[in-house]
Design a protein around this ligand. Structure first.
Ligand SMILES: Nc1nc2c(c(=O)[nH]1)N[C@H]1C(S)=C(S)[C@@H](COP(=O)(O)O)O[C@H]1N2
Ligand SMILES: [Mo]
Length: 429
């Protein structure tokens, strides 16, 4: 395939130090086309004829009503710690195994979970969503009634405000991408626009905020500015095409695109229109960003631009020098990702990665960059920029701004060290 810029196919000029190659290698299929000198060497390909293993010689298994992954994929699971209090094992979180996934969508069975009071067992026939407060006409919806409204879908990430907070530890913890960034997932959410329901209730001009409350034992509840509620908030019934999973808010949850995870109220039972924020426990005792002065930022809504390399990463060690694809995720609660840069020398030099389409606002974006590992030490990093111009900061920049106490919204550039054996580890660089 001829290149438009008339350079020969397979331009292997380094794009940055320590083996980072030009992202155009991916765009032009030149790697596979014998790119003069790069040994992919990943396939172990040989000219041996195929054998006939037993599964080619006998009838396969029958159908089953609800599918599950291959039994050989039993390591691809959510990770969670033992409960802090054995009396409430449902309080805590589980994390998405991003090092074992690819693409931008998180399968429902692997969506992270964060629950303050455990997962309620809600009967959809009995559940109601009420809209009240500063409205002309209070409304109560059955789930059946809700599902008769016009619906829309959007691909959106949900990220806990505490995700990646482990990076605030003074010494780098021996964690993998799941342990550090696993409180993050991305799904196609489908439901009714909250603005449609608010229009029907008739918003009183005095209303400036809404309170959204869940039907769990903790009644997790948050104040959300009315402007956001009328903009892109969805009252969701479906997650990746099927009804929302119990742990993610069945039968109905709020999606507040790009805003701190906690605000995406699960098991939604009530929206009250109010003239000022309510100051619930979930926005005063938690989810505020503590500064070195002892004061805290409250109501920090959008999640700032962030990225991480998911492969290679700890647990996926390198098998000798040669070509590797660096693959990762970038996202921003403020909009679209416009650029991701990668470095293999701890941030001394950077080259742009290829962004995989579709690149959607407030959704995970997959990036890829070709890397030729020379077998020596390397520090892999990624740095994302969003369409508001925000650039992911270094750890030193964040610490200078807010110290190490405020671990929420901790969006620092994160580093994987690669040693001569090809073993990867989380480091502060
Ligand atoms: N009712 C209710 N809503 C809730 C929570 C909760 O415990 N109860 N947890 C919140 C937090 S802290 C986060 S990060 C997200 C997590 O959503 P998920 O469990 O679907 O990943 O839901 C939010 N909504
Ligand atoms: Mo959260």
């Amino acid at each position: 395939m001829a290149r438009k810029d008339n350079k020969p196919d397979g331009d292997l000029t380094p794009a940055a130090g320590n083996g980072i190659l030009n992202r155009r290698l991916f765009l032009e299929r030149t790697l596979m086309a014998g790119a003069g000198g790069i040994a992919l060497g990943a396939s172990g390909a040989s000219a041996e004829p195929l054998t006939n293993p037993k599964w080619t010689m006998e009838p396969g298994a029958p159908f089953n009503p609800y599918g599950k992954p291959s039994r050989y994929e039993d390591k691809t699971v959510r990770q969670f710690a033992a409960p802090a209090n054995p009396a409430t094992p449902g309080v805590g979180s589980s994390r998405t195994p991003h090092h074992l996934l690819d693409g931008m969508i998180t399968p429902n069975s692997l969506h992270f979970e964060r629950s303050h009071g455990g997962v309620p067992d809600i009967d959809p026939q009995q559940h109601r969503l009420v809209i009240h407060g500063l409205v002309k006409k209070p409304l109560s919806f059955t789930m059946e009634a809700l599902s008769r409204y016009p619906m829309t879908s959007r691909v959106s990430f949900i990220e806990c405000g505490g995700n990646s907070g482990g990076l605030s530890a003074p010494a780098a913890a021996p964690l993998n991408v799941q342990g550090i960034h696993g409180l993050l997932s991305c799904a196609e959410w489908t439901g009714v626009k909250l603005s449609t329901l608010l229009d029907e209730a008739g918003v009183d001009p005095a209303a400036k905020w809404i309170l959204a409350e869940g039907a769990d034992s903790q009644s997790v509840s948050r104040s959300i500015p009315l402007a956001k509620a009328l903009d892109d908030v969805l009252v969701c019934l479906y997650q990746n095409g099927e009804r929302i999973r119990p742990e993610n808010g069945y039968p109905v949850r709020l999606l507040v695109p790009g805003y701190s995870g906690n605000m995406n109220i699960k098991w939604l039972r009530r929206i009250k229109l109010v003239d000022a924020p309510i100051m619930t426990k979930d926005e005063t005792s938690k989810y505020t960003i503590l500064l070195p002065t002892g004061k805290a930022w409250q109501f920090v809504f959008p999640l700032e631009v962030k990225s991480t390399i998911t492969r290679p990463s700890p647990g996926l060690d390198l098998k000798g020098p040669g070509f590797y694809e660096i693959s990762g995720l970038a996202w921003s609660g403020n909009g679209k990702i416009v650029k991701v840069e990668v470095s293999a020398d701890g941030g001394k030099s950077w080259a742009p990665a290829a962004l995989q389409e579709p690149v959607l606002s407030k959704a995970l974006t997959r990036f890829r960059a070709p890397w030729n590992w020379n077998g020596g030490p390397a520090i892999l990093q990624s740095r994302a920029t969003d369409d508001t111009g925000m650039v992911q900061p270094s750890r030193a920049q964040i610490i200078a701004e807010r110290g190490l106490r405020g671990a929420y919204h901790f969006n620092v550039i994160q580093s994987w060290n690669v040693d001569e054996k090809g073993v990867l580890a989380n480091v502060h660089a």
